[in-house]
Design a binder for this molecule. Structure first.
Ligand code: SAM
Length: 377
């Protein structure tokens, strides 16, 4: 049995792809971790969520998958881990995604916005800490006009011309994306969240559409951005078939960055009774994605670090090569609460930097001071 999976892993490593049935077999192979791999099928959603043990054991096939992905990441990027300074600059959002703690209808959240000066002081501090790329992320907040976003981007560029700027501010018109690009933004993160229309509608209200989200991603690509997409693992109703569709969609988009993390519950959302997504499945998918997209920039996300104290370390060993420490002012960090128990909300930016450096080197990799551009592909 184990041999069958090891053959699939070898084939995926050599050929960079598998048939649908083969990929499904790898996605659903037995686990040694004891975790439920699909905790949020509608029937299981009311089951109690179990806490994960500190040390997880994996099957030989799972270990072989992680090792194969690690060999490919080392071939492509050696031991480098790229670091992005994350500035969460607005917790206002006009959207009402069912899973997200900063959704419009969450009246219990104290909201905040950062001014251009506050953002610049975060990037100055980040520059001194050695960051050469900044990610500006926020809810979809109409308070920031296109002109304001362009002014923020060009002001950062003026002060730090050697830095790359990434925006992650949701779905916009193509002309807006073009204006931000012309102002100096080079990268854009927009997870597609799920490539399955039925699954999309379990997670989003009817006014949001998968079709439009996909259109945004292709617009961004055509404009010339380095584009990041991705999805949550273990959200309500996600099946192995949904994950297969996610992979197939990513193969049509060929993004430069792929961000995945476990779905995590937030107590003030309609999905409050769901369980957290699976750490094991997230690691498995990081490895599969590394083998299909050897060139990709794949973060070990904050959600991975939230679901397990060593989640980001495990993510790096399974093929991730990016970390995104928080650079937002400490006083607002708790208010960007996408999910419960989010980590890194109390530390100073310098402490986050030091912590990430230790976690990276203890995993056998090196945090590098670099813009961390994607390899040609
Ligand atoms: N508004 C922008 C957008 O829509 O892309 C960026 C902000 S949005 C909050 C960033 C990401 O957070 C989403 O793409 C989603 O995958 C993730 N997220 C939101 N709620 C989450 C949850 N409960 N668990 C895990 N990830 C979540």
């Amino acid at each position: 049995m184990a041999e069958k999976y090891e053959e699939l892993i070898d084939k995926l490593t050599e050929e960079g792809d598998l048939s649908d049935d083969e990929l499904l077999a790898l996605i659903t192979m037995p686990t040694g971790s004891g975790e439920g791999l699909f905790p949020n099928t509608p029937q299981a959603a009311s089951d109690p969520c179990e806490r994960l043990p500190l040390s997880l054991s994996f099957t030989e096939a799972e270990k072989a998958l992680f090792d194969a992905a690690d060999r490919v990441r080392r071939r492509e990027y050696k031991t480098a881990v790229y670091v992005r300074g994350l500035i969460e600059f607005s917790s206002f959002c006009r959207n009402d995604c069912y899973y997200c703690g900063i959704r419009r209808d969450n009246r219990n959240l104290k909201r905040y916005r950062l001014s251009c000066d506050q953002i610049l002081s975060c990037t100055d501090q980040g520059y001194d800490l050695g960051y050469r790329t900044f990610v500006l992320q926020g809810g979809e907040d109409p308070y920031y006009t296109d002109q304001m976003i362009c002014d923020i981007v060009s002001s950062i560029k003026e002060r730090h011309p050697d830095c790359a700027i990434t925006l992650s501010i949701g779905e916009k018109e193509r002309e807006s994306y073009q204006r931000y690009f012309d102002a100096g933004a080079e990268r854009y993160l927009l997870r597609h969240e799920t490539a399955d229309t039925r699954h999309y509608s379990l997670l989003h209200p009817a006014e949001l559409s998968l079709e439009h989200r996909k259109k945004c991603l292709f617009d961004l690509k055509e404009i010339g951005y380095q584009v990041g997409s991705g999805f949550m693992v273990g959200s309500l109703g996600q099946t192995a078939g949904c994950l297969l569709e996610d992979i197939r969609f990513l193969q049509t988009l060929m993004p430069d960055m792929i961000g995945i993390g476990p779905y995590l519950t937030h107590h003030d959302t309609p999905l409050r009774d769901c369980c957290n997504g699976s750490l094991t499945m997230t690691l498995r998918l990081i490895s599969i994605l590394r083998l299909i997209f050897p060139y990709a920039l794949i973060p070990a996300t904050t959600a991975l670090g939230t679901i397990h104290p060593l989640g980001r370390e495990m993510g790096m060993k399974a093929g991730a090569n990016v970390v995104m420490p928080n650079l937002s002012p400490v006083k607002v960090r708790k208010q960007y609460q996408l999910y419960d128990n989010k980590i890194c909300t109390g530390e100073l930016s310098s402490e986050c930097r030091g912590c990430m450096e230790r976690r990276t080197s203890s995993s056998g990799y090196q945090l590098v001071i670099d813009r961390g551009d994607v390899k040609a592909h």
